[in-house]
Ligand binder design. Sequence first.
Ligand code: BGC
Length: 767
Amino acid sequence: MCFLSIRNARDLAAITRGGCVSRRMSDCSVRAGAVCVLLFLVSAVAFAQFELPAPKRPAGPWMNTSLSPDERAQLIVKELTLDEKISLVHGGLHNLAAMFDPNAEPDAKSLGNAGYVPGIPRIGIVDIQMADATVGVTHSSAFGRYSTPLPSTLAETSSWNLDIAREYGSLIGRELRDQGYTMTLGGGVNLAREPRNGRNFEYHGEDPLLAGKMVGTEMKAEQAQHIIGDLKHFALNESETGRFSVNVKMSKRAMQETSLLAFGIALKESDAGAVMCSYNLVDGDYACENEYLLDHVLRKEFGFKGFVVSDWGATHSTAKSVNAGLDIEMPDHDFYGKALKDAIESGQIPMEKLDAMVERIVRTEIAVGVFDNPSDRRVPDVFKGMEVAKEVADESIVLLKNQNNQLPLSRSLRTIAIIGSHADVAVLSGGGSGQVDPIGGNAVDTGDKDPFTQHIWHRSSPMNAVAAKAPGATVKFDEGTDVNAATALARSSDIAIVFVHQYVSEGVDVPSLSLPENQDALVSAVAAANSKTIVVIESGGPVSMPWVDNVSAVIEAWFPGIKGGEALADILFGDVNPSAKLPVTFAKSDADLEFPQLPQQPPARGPQDEIQFAPGFKVNLRHFDLVHEDGLFIGYRYFEARMIRPLFPFGYGLSYTTYAYSGIEATPQQVTFEVKNTGKRAGAEIAEVYAILPQAAGEPFKRLIGFTKVLLEPGGSKTVTIPLDAKLFSIFDESKDDWALVSGDYTILVGGSSENLPLHATVAMHE
Ligand code: BGC
C-alpha cells in the first residue's frame, strides 16, 4: 500500500520540490509509484507559476567579493542600526520552552531545528539556521525531510582515518545544505575523561591529538559545503552529571595539555567559524562568561576569529558575558536582547564591543561562503548517504578478541543462533540532541517519546545480513530476555552470536561500565552453553566484560548507524578485514577509574537553586566542585601513571592479518619506519607513534604524537614518514603561561597499540 498522502499545501509543495510525503516508498506498488510520479509532474506544473523568484541581493560596497571578509564585515557594521545589531546576537525562537513544546509555533522563518538567528535581508545577511548534527542531521522526521543516521563519532574516530572523517563531515555538510541550514551544531570535541559520560558517543575519544585531528577534519569538510562549522562544548564539559552547575577544577597545565589542546588542534585543522561555550563552570566562572577560556585561550592563544555561541540556556549575564567574549546567546534573548540594548544605551557596555561581536558574526558568514551562497536546497542523495554510512561503519568496528581465529566465520555453517538486543531488526543509537531520526520510524517502538530516554533502533538487521552471507544456514533469533530459552538455542546451534548493548544519552551519565538489564549473566550463560560464542557490543563508550575469558570473540560495534547490520556481517564473514582501533581505554571495572563512583550533585536546597528549563523540566543549579587532582592523567595516561592494567588498551584492535614493524629513524621533525603485512589477507594497519618525555617534564606516561593508516596487500610493506609537531613534545609552563620544551632525551615509540610498541628511538631536543 502506498502511503502517499497530500494533506495540505506544504505536502504538495514538498512533492514539487522532489520530496515524497510517504515515509515508506518501498511499500508503494508500481501503480502507486506511477501515480506518485504523475502527481509530482502535475503539481510541479501547477506550482511552477507560483515559484518565488530568487531573493534579490542588495547592492552595496560590502557585496564586492574582491574585498577581504574583514573589510566587508566592517562595511556592513557601519550600515546597521542598534536594533539590527542586537537582533544578530541572540536566538530568534520566542523562548526556550518553544523548543520543547510540540504545539508552539516557532518564528515563521525558522527551519524548526535547535535554533536560528534571523538575518537582515536589506544588507544580505542570511538567517543562521542551526541544526544539531553531531552524527547526522537531526529533526528530519517532523518535516518529512531525510538525513542519514551515521555511525557515532566515537565509532568514526575508531577508524583513525582522516579520509573517513572528511567523508563524514562532507556528508553532514551536504545534507545540512540540502535542507536549507547554514550552520552545524556538530563538532563535539570534549575528551572522554569520564568513560561513563552519556555523550562520549558524540565526541572523539580520550586523546587530544586523535580527537582534534578527527573533528577538525570533519569540520573543515562541513565548512567546504558553506556550512558554518562549530566546535563544542568549550570547555571541560566532560560529564553530564550536574552539567549545568558543576564547577570543574584542575591546573592550567592539565587543562592546556589535554582538553584545551584538543580544541586548539581542531581549530587549527578546521578554521571553524564558531565555538559553542558549555554549561559548566570552570574555576568558579560559567564557561560562557569565562574570560580565561573565551578571551585568553580561545581568542588570544588560539587566534580564533569566529564567533562564540552559548550552549542552549548557558548564558547567565549580560556585561560579564560580553566582556569575556560571548557573541551570541542561544536560543533566546534573556541577556542579549533588551538587557544588552539598555546596557549599550546607558553606556555600561561601549558600542565598540557590540560592533566587534557583530563583525565577528558577519565576517564568519562571509569567510565560510554562506553570505554569497545563501541557499542551495536539493533532494538529498540518499544513495551517497548509505554508501558513506557503510564505509564509516566498516572502518569503525573494532575486533577485540578472536580466540583460535574463530572469526571470520565460514559460509558453510549449518545453524547460527542470534541472541539479544533486537538484532533481528535493528541496531541501537544514542539519545539527546545527537539523535538522528530513524528512517521509517523506530524499529523497536517502546512507546517512550522522550528524546532523552527513548531508545532509537535504526532499521538495519544484523540477523538478515548474517543470513545473507550463509544462505545454507538456519539462522534463528532469540530475544535474550529469558536466559533458559537463549541457552537452549545456543546449545543447539553451531555458533552463537550474542548482541549486547548499553544505551546512553545526553543529560545523564551511565551509572556504571557494566552492561544493564542482566546482559552479563546472559552472555555468561550462552558462553557456557556454546564454546563458540561471539559477543557484539553496541555502546556509546567503553563497557566492562566480566565474561571476556569465556567467550571466543568480541566485537565493539559502537552505535554503527543505518548500515550497521550489513557492516557487522561483512566483518563477521571476512568480506571486510577489521582495521579499527580503540579511541578510548576499556577499564576492567569502575573500580579502576579516576572516580570509581560518579560524583554526586547535591540536591537543590529550594527554588533559589532551580530554574524552569522547559515545561515540566526543572534544572538544579546548585554548584558543586569536581576536582581533578591530576588532570594531566587522562585515559591511557591515567592507567599508565597509576600502573593499572586495562581490559583493552587505547589504540588496540585486531585484524584478520598480522603486521610487523621495523627500521625506525627519528628526528625532532619526523619519524620514519616500515610496516609489513605478514599475513595472508589485505588489510589496513593503524600505525601509532608515541613519545616519552624526559623525566624533568614530570609526566610518567607516554603521549600519542602521530598516527597514520596504511593499506597493505598480503606480504606488502610500506615505508611511512610521519611529521612531528614540536607542540606535542612540549609541556605547558604555568609560570610563563606558555608552552615550553624540556631539554633532554625523548623516546619515540612506534607500533600497533599503546601497549604494543616494538620500535624505539631516542631523540635529543633542546629548548
Ligand atoms: C546541547 C547542545 C545542543 C543544544 C541545541 C544543548 O542542550 O548541550 O549540544 O547543540 O542543546 O540542541
